[in-house]
Design a protein around this ligand. Structure first.
Ligand SMILES: [Zn+2]
Length: 426
């Protein structure tokens, strides 16, 4: 066992923040070998229960749960910051040519190494990411995540139509490959597999039906895709599936809405769609920097909450403009404030933080496992320095409440504030 003394941020079961200005976090090996939180709370209380534990002191620092990124594309690391006329031209001009390179295992391994370095530099300790349509892309990312001991989920992209040579796969083989990869990687150490149709327009009915059958056969495997990101895309889906009630309904028809199914964007949904998300247990990955960058629209956080629809935050790199959870939370705040296409609201800083940690874990179907520092959770955490930059130091010194402190990090923070990342690796 080992203990860490600093300020400490956790969340209760209702998503409310718990804060100890002088906190103590005790971690020790769990049954599978990963370190877990043994005890946490104020230094006075916890040190009394664990008088003999060795303590590392981090005065003036904030310990917080490692961030969870609910949706991004590791092969698009080299696409970040590419200018284009919206989503569909951006895919054709930049994304598909880059993704085609992941047929080469050496290229995939090199990008995977860089990608995980970057995630960890930014304090992201769990991610649900797309790979590409190539098996090598999944093997490279899984192997690298396993080497680092991360809790990490990815899957081979399914796209057997409306896709250029180099990324288009073949229907039957793609489903066989998915099954092979599930057996190869799912549940190994902290790794999970996600059945990954890119989005409805790039898969045939046969491929989507096959994906749904795999999702039914492997109930604890994840599903990830995109839905209702922008209006051109929604129109295209309406032309392809005139019989479906909505874009989301296409996925429902193929058995792809269930718990552990995470859909990026979910912007252009109606009340019936949101009710369907809620009743199925599927979750939305709100990707605000990407949505602002590509001009896609504004995720309606209030409507999602009112509908009881699970949701959390995501970077959506390379459509997203940053790996930084702080940048994502700030963009989510901006999107929440937008009041022309929906009612505007000010999301509380602690709620934004929850959406990127404990709330994201709930959306992912991993409550009690990651995203929080309550006893029993895997001990992935970040140590934040409120004095990382002159302006952050000046502003946080004047913070009168937890909400003010967290908001200063959200508005002014970046990877410089992430002083260290501690993983649950013994
Ligand atoms: Zn995406």
């Amino acid at each position: 066992m080992h203990a860490y003394r600093a300020s400490l941020l956790r969340f209760d079961d209702h998503g409310q923040p718990l804060f100890d200005a002088d906190g103590l976090l005790v971690v020790g090996p769990g049954p599978e070998g990963w370190n877990r939180v043994v005890d946490a709370g104020s230094h006075t209380d916890v040190s009394r229960r664990h008088p003999d534990v060795l303590v590392t002191h981090w005065p003036g620092r904030l310990i917080a749960p490692g961030f969870i990124d609910l949706h991004l594309h590791y092969p698009q690391t080299d696409v970040i910051g590419s200018p284009a006329e919206g989503l569909l031209p951006w895919l054709e001009r930049y994304t598909f040519p880059q993704e085609a390179r992941f047929a080469d295992p050496a290229h995939a391994a090199e990008v995977a190494r860089f990608f995980f370095d970057e995630l960890l530099r930014h304090g992201v300790t769990t991610a649900l990411t797309f790979a590409t349509s190539h098996l090598a892309s999944v093997d490279a990312a899984m192997a690298e995540a396993q080497r680092r001991g991360l809790r990490f989920i990815t899957g081979k992209v399914l796209q057997d139509r409306h896709s250029p040579d180099g990324v288009r796969d073949s229907t039957e083989q793609s489903l066989i490959d998915t099954d092979t990869l599930i057996r190869r990687w799912h549940g190994r150490d902290r790794l999970g597999y996600a059945i990954t149709p890119r989005f409805a327009p790039t898969s045939t009915d046969v491929q989507l039906r096959g994906a749904g059958e795999l999702a039914a056969r492997h109930a604890d495997v994840w599903v990830q895709s995109h839905v209702a990101e922008n209006r051109d895309e929604v129109r295209w889906v309406t032309e392809l599936y005139p019989q479906a009630r909505s874009y989301l309904d296409v996925y429902a028809g193929f058995g792809l809405l269930r718990e552990r199914a995470v859909y990026a964007h979910c912007i252009h949904l109606d009340a019936t769609d949101r009710a369907l998300m809620a009743s199925s247990g599927a979750a939305a990955a709100a990707s605000p920097t990407s949505n602002l960058f590509l001009g896609s629209g504004f995720f309606d956080f209030a409507a999602a909450r009112a509908a009881g629809m699970r949701h959390g935050l995501a970077s959506d790199v390379g459509g997203g403009t940053s790996f930084s959870p702080f940048h994502t939370m700030l963009a989510a705040y901006t999107v929440g404030r937008e009041g022309q296409t929906k009612p505007g609201e000010s999301l509380a800083p602690s709620h934004l933080w929850w959406l990127h940690t404990a709330g994201a874990a709930q959306a992912l179907g991993l409550p009690g496992v990651v995203g929080n520092l309550m006893p029993g959770h895997e001990a992935d955490f970040v140590v934040l320095n409120p004095q990382a930059t002159p302006l952050l130091a000046r502003r946080t010194a004047q913070a009168d409440s937890l909400e003010e402190l967290l908001f200063a990090f959200i508005v002014l923070g970046d990877e410089r504030a992430v002083e260290r990342v501690v993983l649950a690796v013994p």
